[in-house]
Ligand binder design. Structure first.
Ligand SMILES: Nc1ncnc2c1ncn2[C@@H]1O[C@H](COP(=O)(O)OP(=O)(O)OP(=O)(O)O)[C@@H](O)[C@H]1O
Length: 272
């Protein structure tokens, strides 16, 4: 059996005295799209960053393709890390550069790409995310939120990632633009499905989101976390781990009302 693409084993993350991630076991299969959901501040982004080795766990293990990240040589770690693409909040574009320069930045740095080949690559990625080519000459500050997100995605795709990480990709977008982003997440996830080359495995994705339309549209699997504080040592931080169909009909009082947006218990807590 193929090892999971990304895996956390008994991972803890503490910032000072605050425990944010509590003994988390989480694996994402090759080619899977996992949505991470849960109430604000419960540690979704931190968990995703642990899995991507953007943050070190306080204790526990992080594995990529079944190998402990700590056991990889620095060169091998860098090689694999280059195959991760990120679309984080605000799209984190360089505002002083044009869209072209933003998308070209990674290939220039990593493969010393230049000239017509680089221009063709950037144009192709811009087209893939549904932006007109003239946007390439503009600065990100002059673009709408949805356009900025798509430039961020084009920039991530320019490095041909094996793993895509999305942190609240539709936050702040109108429903139609949100659906455009959902469609692009699906397209990226399926982009290598018919590619038989062994060096181009199916794209694996993690999507941290509060947007239940996104969950319904893109998730192969959903993991719902709860906040780590107040958990007993043996208690799991995972409230739900399963298929989307089962999530929305869950009769667990901590899961069903949350995903259906029902305020009942929360209102009682606020009134207490
Ligand atoms: N580098 C850091 N240093 C200190 N605390 C941090 C750091 N990163 C995250 N935290 C804290 O960890 C907690 C969980 O953060 P995280 O961003 O993972 O939550 P989340 O579930 O993604 O929340 P939201 O849905 O609101 O984005 C927050 O209280 C946050 O302040």
């Amino acid at each position: 059996m193929t090892a999971p693409k990304l895996e956390l084993r008994s991972a803890y993350k503490r910032f000072g005295t605050n425990t944010i991630v509590h003994g988390l076991n989480l694996s994402v299969a090759v080619g899977e799209t996992l949505c991470l959901i849960g109430e604000s501040g419960c540690g979704k982004s931190v968990s995703m960053k642990l899995a991507a080795a953007l943050l070190p766990p306080t204790s526990g293990e992080v594995l990529w393709d079944g190998e402990r990240v700590d056991d990889l040589s620095a060169a091998e770690f860098r090689r694999r890390r280059m195959k991760f693409g990120y679309l984080f909040q605000g799209a984190a574009l360089f505002d002083s550069m044009t869209v072209f320069e933003n998308v070209a930045f990674g290939p220039r740095q990593l493969h010393a790409a230049d000239g017509p080949a680089l221009a063709a690559l950037v144009a192709a990625r811009i087209r893939e995310v549904g932006l007109p080519e003239h946007v390439m000459h503009r600065k990100p500050a002059g673009l709408s939120g949805g356009q900025r997100k798509r430039v961020g995605l084009a920039r991530a795709l320019a490095l041909d990632p094996d793993v895509m990480l999305y942190d609240e990709p539709t936050t702040g977008l109108d429903p139609v633009m949100s659906d455009v982003i959902n469609e692009l997440i699906l397209r990226v996830a399926a982009s290598r499905d018919d590619d038989p080359r062994p060096d181009r495995p199916p794209v694996t994705s993690i999507v941290v989101t509060h947007d239940m339309h996104t969950v319904r549209r893109v998730a192969d699997r959903v993991v719902m976390l709860r906040p780590a504080p107040n958990l007993a040592p043996h208690e799991s931080q995972v409230l739900f781990d399963g298929r989307v169909e089962d999530l929305f009909v869950s009769d667990d009082p901590a899961v069903g009302p949350f995903v259906r947006g029902e305020a009942g218990e929360k209102l009682r807590e606020l009134a207490a």
